[in-house]
Design a protein around this ligand. Structure first.
Ligand code: SAM
Length: 522
């Protein structure tokens, strides 16, 4: 006989998810106790007829599928939250998997509380949350034999890539398609993971780091093996692109070795790296050989004085040599990132654009965010993308909006209407390099949170769901205490589900995170 897993016992997949009909009477019995003045049983039942405005749909049966460890972890978390929030004396949840005939119970919730109000409210709250958050998909089979896969809440069809069959189990290396389960409560699908490999840097940019910086002890940073393990689990949950960042990633020894490990992970389609370029001349060829797909180089100024004023160190010539080496190594589509700060970078806009147009680099201007190490950011210092664009249009003429190839991309890209191919540098094969465009990443004046598909792993092994997240999920603890891959997956899943709708810069509720950009990974 099945035993039910109430909140008084530890969660296990076996009792929260079942493949056989649910004995609802026994479930209710399992929550009864002396302190309870009210016991509530809620059952969700497979409906045979759905009456619409114009049509009536007949359902023959439903089939439920789930990533079981994640789904049971979510159900257990919701159950425990309900107990705490409503003061329940006991609570049990059971969800069916597999085929459920019309009229059968697909989900059952039993709650007990000293008073009926709490028992009812908790059951209702739980049903709504399960619908929204549990990674359980259902397939409706109609009378005509048509089958439609739906996520209970988002209504996403399996062709969207969200159905569990569309990918691999985290432990499985056999399928090439990742299993996309990193969907937050606003329906945003997460496919991009930023991995910081160090908080150290060889520059001291005013907008990022304090001058008297104290770095994390090395033993607190994840090893490459630990990072690769996390990345493999993340790939199993639908992460497809990884960006290595820092601090300055090239100051950490043998980053090319990490690239080699990451590019072999099943499901990872792109590994890119963002660097200040100072050590690129020495490392570009190695990175290319390791399989790095793309490079972003941060360069805010082409004038040595301005460079030093921003970076508080010298190094412009080395960055330029690094860029040349990257091109020579065969990197295509190199992006240059430039932070725009009022009173500091206006004079660099046109020279940077001229340089990138000539060299075939794609230039992106980024608005200054409140993530500087000295906490001196003010909104008055934000030189908006709009203002930078106006400067470019005045100088070069019209900008033509580019087609968006990636919906999650935060930048709004343009090409120059006047672009003259004769002025674009040739690559090593004697062909013109990619037509250089210009883009604007405007997180302050034009937030793009609604299409954010990013998660972050800090160098010391904390998952974050936003640059401005004030909460972190400790993957290092799981890694260093013998935790399983499923535990890492659960952490990532919880991290995604806790993601807020927006960062809220400029709103009264905005809270600056405790960490600065170099400690998170930009
Ligand atoms: N050191 C590497 C580099 O320079 O690209 C990687 C780390 S850096 C933190 C990543 C990116 O974040 C850089 O392009 C940098 O300009 C940007 N960044 C840092 N602090 C920022 C801030 N407060 N606002 C906007 N962008 C920032």
């Amino acid at each position: 006989m099945a035993t039910w897993d109430t909140n008084t016992q530890p969660a296990s997949a076996a009792s929260l998810l079942v493949w056989d009909p649910i004995d609802t009477a026994r479930l209710l019995e399992s929550v009864a106790n002396d302190a309870a003045g009210a016991n509530v049983l809620f059952t969700g039942t497979t409906r045979g007829v759905t009456a619409g405005v114009l049509t009536t749909q007949i359902t023959k049966r439903l089939t439920y599928e789930a990533h079981e460890p994640l789904a049971s972890a979510v159900l257990a978390r919701l159950r425990d939250e309900a107990v705490a929030q409503y003061g329940l004396t006991a609570c049990a949840i059971v969800h069916r998997l597999g085929e459920v005939a019309v009229g059968e119970t697909s989900v059952a919730i039993a709650t007990s509380a000293p008073h009926r109000r709490e028992a009812f409210a908790a059951a209702e709250w739980l049903m709504e949350r399960i619908k929204r958050e549990a990674p359980i998909w259902k397939c409706e089979e109609g009378a005509d034999g048509d089958r439609t896969w739906l996520h209970p809440d988002s209504g996403l069809h399996p062709d969207s890539g969200l159905h569990p069959d569309s990918g691999i189990h985290p432990d499985s290396e056999s399928s090439s398609k990742p299993r996309p389960v990193l969907v937050d409560s606003f329906g945003r699908v997460h496919t991009d993971l930023r991995i910081s490999v160090t908080d150290r840097c060889n520059l001291r940019c005013t907008y990022c780091m304090p001058l008297d910086v104290a770095f994390k002890p090395r033993e607190e940073l994840l090893s490459y093996e630990e990072i690769t393990r996390v990345a493999r689990v993340a790939a199993g949950l639908g992460i497809r692109s990884i960006r290595i960042t820092g601090g300055e990633p090239l100051v950490r020894r043998e980053v090319a070795e990490l690239v080699r490990q990451l590019v072999t992970i099943s499901g990872i389609e792109e590994v890119s790296l963002t660097t200040n370029g100072l050590l690129l001349e020495e490392q570009a060829a190695d990175l290319r050989r390791a399989g790095l797909h793309r490079l972003n180089v941060s360069l805010d100024a082409l004038n040595e004085d301005a460079f030093e004023r921003i970076a508080r160190r010298q190094g412009l010539a080395r960055v330029l040599a690094g860029l040349a080496a990257a091109k020579a190594a065969g990197f295509q589509s190199i992006r240059i990132n430039a932070v725009s700060i009022r009173g500091l970078t206006e004079g660099e806009i046109v020279p940077l654009a001229e340089f990138c147009r000539r060299e075939g680099f794609h230039l992106r201007f980024i608005e200054f965010m409140p993530l500087d190490g000295e906490s001196s950011w003010s909104d008055g210092q934000v030189l908006s993308g709009r203002e930078v664009r106006d400067v470019l249009v005045r100088h070069f003429g019209p900008l033509v909006p580019a087609v968006r190839s990636d919906a999650g991309q935060p930048a709004i890209d343009y090409s120059y209407a006047d672009h003259d191919i004769a002025n674009i540098a040739m690559d090593t094969a004697g062909l013109p390099t990619q037509a250089a465009g210009v883009g604007f990443i405007d997180p302050v004046t034009q937030p793009f949170c609604d299409r954010c598909d990013r998660l972050r792993l800090t160098a010391d092994g904390q998952f974050r769901n936003c640059l401005f997240s004030t909460t972190e999920w400790d993957a290092r603890h799981v890694l260093r205490t013998g935790g399983s891959d499923d535990e890492i997956a659960r952490l990532l899943y919880d991290c995604v589900l806790s993601k807020r709708a927006a960062h809220g810069i400029g709103t009264p509720a905005f809270e600056r995170p405790a960490r600065a950009m170099y400690q998170i990974g930009g």
